[in-house]
Structure formats: structure tokens, C-alpha cells
Design a protein around this ligand. Structure first.
Ligand SMILES: Cc1ncc(COP(=O)(O)O)c(C=O)c1O
Length: 426
């Protein structure tokens, strides 16, 4: 009987679309499944913090449920939420400027999280036979979502030049230019980056925009960590450079800024003429976002400024704590992340990072994501999320340092990596 079952399952899977079968499993999920049920693990593997959603946000949703807002809703989101998104972005990105076409509500569509925004953006521009450029190491869902559309992922790895002065992760624009072919439709650029924390400068964004304009490419800008930036109020953004009719789309989410990962609420920003087409894609995928969630989103945008500021300050302290502890071991190599809330770090060990992830669960009792999950350039690294309470981060730093300097890890000479400096705020 078990054999019959096996043959039947294989047959069923074989009968699926090639693109669905080709969707890669997420390497982050694999490490998480290995250890998440163990007691006492400090979980730094998943890209979310430990704070629950603030009361003022979920109370807005509760009021909406109680008021009976349980019906179908506008496909692209409540007009009042779309206005609030536009006003929020204008406050953060253009406080001195008169509000212009970039801050018009008809550019925004509410989605089921940032992931759905990305899905729609990709469906708009890339399909079978097309190529899309992804700057790596990168959040694995870019590749996954592209594979499902049938398009090909062309990776352009950042260069890691150690952590000393002038070191860190660097984008080589020539590599982007060389990766463009007649089949290229889009460049996906995530800044600040998950997992490296690399944050494009205004000049780098301007160069990419110039390339995209010249070659007729779309830019899909994932700036969801734009507020988690440690050298200023917010990270440089394509928003500082583009016109309303540029071929640039932004993936955005409530998940990180307002501790709402489980709510699945985000938005896609695109030139206004795309609105009716986006509306159709929403209709044929989710058919809209529950109204109570949207009310929660309005509350977050209106009253969430202090919460965002406190989260960013906490993440910065944790970044410095973790970086300082690991730098002291002299067996960890990383660039201090300018943005996002991850430390992407290579340990001196002969273990591949997938095995390392399992060993750290077993021996250090810390959950990390292996760099193999993040594509070319990430293989030697592990990702640690530092958006957690201070006590956890102190303990994780201690356990990882002990593991690194103790006998349990087989060391080897990583001569091609420069040693890390003592952590210094940037
Ligand atoms: C770079 C990046 N973009 C988009 C998302 C999507 O966020 P969500 O679907 O939770 O809103 C994430 C989540 O981890 C991310 O790291």
C-alpha cells in the first residue's frame, strides 16, 4: 500500500505546472522547522521582532469588527487608508516639499502584506521567457516569486570586502549593466537589505534609475526597512529621485514598522495609470483586504510614530551589542548593517552554513538562518535577526561567542575575510 501511495503522490505532483513544481523551498523555513519546537531556543532566524502589535492598532480592528464591517470591500483598499498612506509617506519622505503627484492616493493599492504586493508587481512585469535582476544576497522570496511567474532570476551579487574602513557590502554597477539582456524586464532592489543591511546611497539609486530609464526596465523597489536606518531619519529612497510616471513600483508593508507581521497588511505603490490593472489582479487573487485590518492600518499610520521610533532605537542598541560581542571573538566577520535588523555574519568554521544552523540549534541553543537561503554571495554567512528584547540579545551574544571560542566548532582559517572592527555605531 505505501508504494501505491508514493506512486500516486509523484504522479499528482508531476501533473502540476512546471513553474509551481520549480518553486524552491525557503532555506529559512527549513532551519526554523528543525528547531522551533525545542525549549529554550533564542529565535533569531525569522525576520520579525518579539513585540506584539500595540493596543491602539488592534483596538481599531476590534471596533471595526464590532461595527459590522465584515462585507466585501474596495479591491484596492479603503479610500481613507490610501489617503493615509500618501500622507504618511509625504510626512516621512518629503516634509519640506509641497505634496506632488508622488503622494497622490491613486498610486497606492492595499495588499495582503508586502508579499502580495511583490506578487502583483511581478505579475505586472515578468512572465515566462523574461528575466529579472535580483541583487544578492537577497530575501529568498524574490527568487521564489519570480520562479512561480515563469521568469528567470539573474543574480547580481554584492561584493563583500570585509568590515574595515571602506569595507562592507558594495554594489558594482558594472555588474548590473552586464546582467542586462534583451529579455530583462525588471531590477529588484531591496534597500536597506534583508539580509545584509546594505543600504544604497542616493548616488547608487540615481545610477540604477538612470540605467533603468535608459534601458526601459522596471524597478521594483523593496524599501520596507527604510525606517530601520541607523545613520539618519530614514534610508535614501527612489522616492527622492523619481517622477510620478517613472517605471518604478514600491513594495511596502505594515509588518515591521508596526509589529504587524501576522496581520498580512501591506501596499503596492505604482504609477497611477496602472491602477485599473492592479485592481483586476487583486480581484483575481485576494479580492481585497478585510476592512478591520485596514482600520488597524489607518491607526498605525496616524498614531504609530512613537512606536516606530522606539523600535528603531531598540534595534540599533541590539545591533551594537551583538556586533561588539561577536567582534571580540575575532572569529566572526561582518559589516555593521546600516539598515534593516539583521546581522549577516561569517563564522570561522568548516561547516557549511546549513549544517551550522542545525549545530547552533543543538549546541548553542540559538536559531539562525543559513546564508545558503539568500542566493549567491551569502553562502558563507548566517543571518541573525536582532529585533528582540535586550535580555534575549545579551544571552544570544554570550552563547554564540562561547560557541565560537569554545571547542565545539571546528575552526579553519578564513583568510579571504578581513577581521571585524569593534562595533561602532553608524
Ligand atoms: C525584504 C522584504 N520584503 C518584503 C517582506 C514582506 O513582508 P510581509 O509579507 O510580511 O508584509 C519581507 C518580510 O520579511 C522582507 O524581508
Amino acid at each position: 500500500m505505501p508504494n501505491v501511495q508514493k506512486v500516486t503522490s509523484a504522479g499528482l505532483i508531476h501533473a502540476l505546472r512546471t513553474e509551481a513544481r520549480a518553486a524552491p523551498p525557503s532555506g529559512i523555513v527549513e532551519a526554523f522547522h528543525y528547531g522551533h519546537n525545542r525549549e529554550g531556543i533564542i529565535p533569531l532566524w525569522v525576520g520579525e521582532g518579539d513585540l506584539p502589535t500595540p493596543n491602539f492598532i488592534h483596538e481599531a480592528a476590534t471596533r471595526s469588527f464590532a461595527a459590522g464591517e465584515t462585507f466585501y470591500t474596495n479591491q484596492r483598499g479603503l479610500p481613507e487608508l490610501r489617503e493615509e498612506i500618501a500622507a504618511y509617506l509625504a510626512r516621512v519622505y518629503a516634509p519640506q516639499l509641497p505634496v506632488n503627484g508622488l503622494y497622490s492616493p491613486d498610486r497606492f493599492s492595499v495588499t495582503i502584506g508586502g508579499m502580495h504586493a511583490l506578487q502583483i508587481a511581478l505579475r505586472l512585469v515578468a512572465g515566462a521567457g523574461d528575466e529579472a535582476i535580483v541583487i544578492t544576497p537577497a530575501w529568498p522570496n524574490f527568487r521564489g516569486a519570480l520562479v512561480v511567474t515563469g521568469s528567470e532570476v539573474v543574480e547580481v551579487p554584492l561584493h563583500f570586502s570585509g568590515a574595515g574602513a571602506g569595507g562592507g557590502w558594495q554594489l558594482e554597477l558594472d555588474r548590473v549593466l552586464h546582467a542586462i539582456t534583451p529579455r530583462t524586464r525588471a531590477i529588484i532592489i531591496n534597500s536597506p537589505s534583508n539580509p545584509t543591511g546594505w543600504t544604497a546611497s542616493r548616488e547608487e539609486l540615481a545610477s540604477i534609475l538612470e540605467i533603468a530609464r535608459r534601458r526601459g526596465l522596471w524597478i521594483i523597489a523593496d524599501e520596507i526597512y527604510g525606517r530601520f536606518f541607523y545613520a539618519g531619519e530614514r534610508a535614501p529612497s527612489f522616492r527622492d529621485l523619481i517622477d510620478a510616471d517613472d517605471r518604478v513600483m514600491f513594495v511596502q508593508t505594515f509588518s515591521k514598522n508596526w509589529a504587524m507581521t501576522g496581520w498580512r497588511l501591506g501596499w503596492l505603490e505604482a504609477p497611477a495609470p496602472l491602477g485599473p490593472i492592479i485592481e483586476n489582479l487583486v480581484q483575481y487573487s485576494t479580492s481585497g483586504v478585510p476592512v478591520p485590518l485596514q482600520r488597524a492600518g489607518i491607526a498605525a499610520l496616524q498614531h504609530g510614530q512613537d512606536f516606530v521610533a522606539s523600535q528603531v532605537a531598540r534595534a540599533k542598541d541590539n545591533r551594537d551589542l551583538l556586533a561588539e560581542a561577536l567582534a571580540k571573538t575575532r572569529r566572526a566577520h561582518f559589516a555593521i548593517p546600516a539598515g534593516a535588523f539583521y546581522l549577516f555574519c561569517a563564522f570561522d568554521t568548516t561547516l557549511d552554513t546549513r549544517t551550522l544552523a542545525f549545530r547552533l540549534v543543538d549546541e548553542a541553543r540559538v536559531g539562525i538562518a543559513p546564508g545558503t537561503a539568500f542566493g549567491t554571495g551569502g553562502e558563507r554567512f548566517i543571518r541573525m535577526c536582532f529585533a528582540r528584547r535586550r535580555e534575549d540579545m545579551t544571552e544570544a551574544a554570550r552563547l554564540l561567542s562561547e560557541w565560537l571560542t569554545g571547542d565545539v566548532s571546528a575552526k579553519h582559517d578564513v583568510t579571504n575575510l578581513a577581521p571585524s572592527p569593534a562595533a561602532a555605531p553608524r
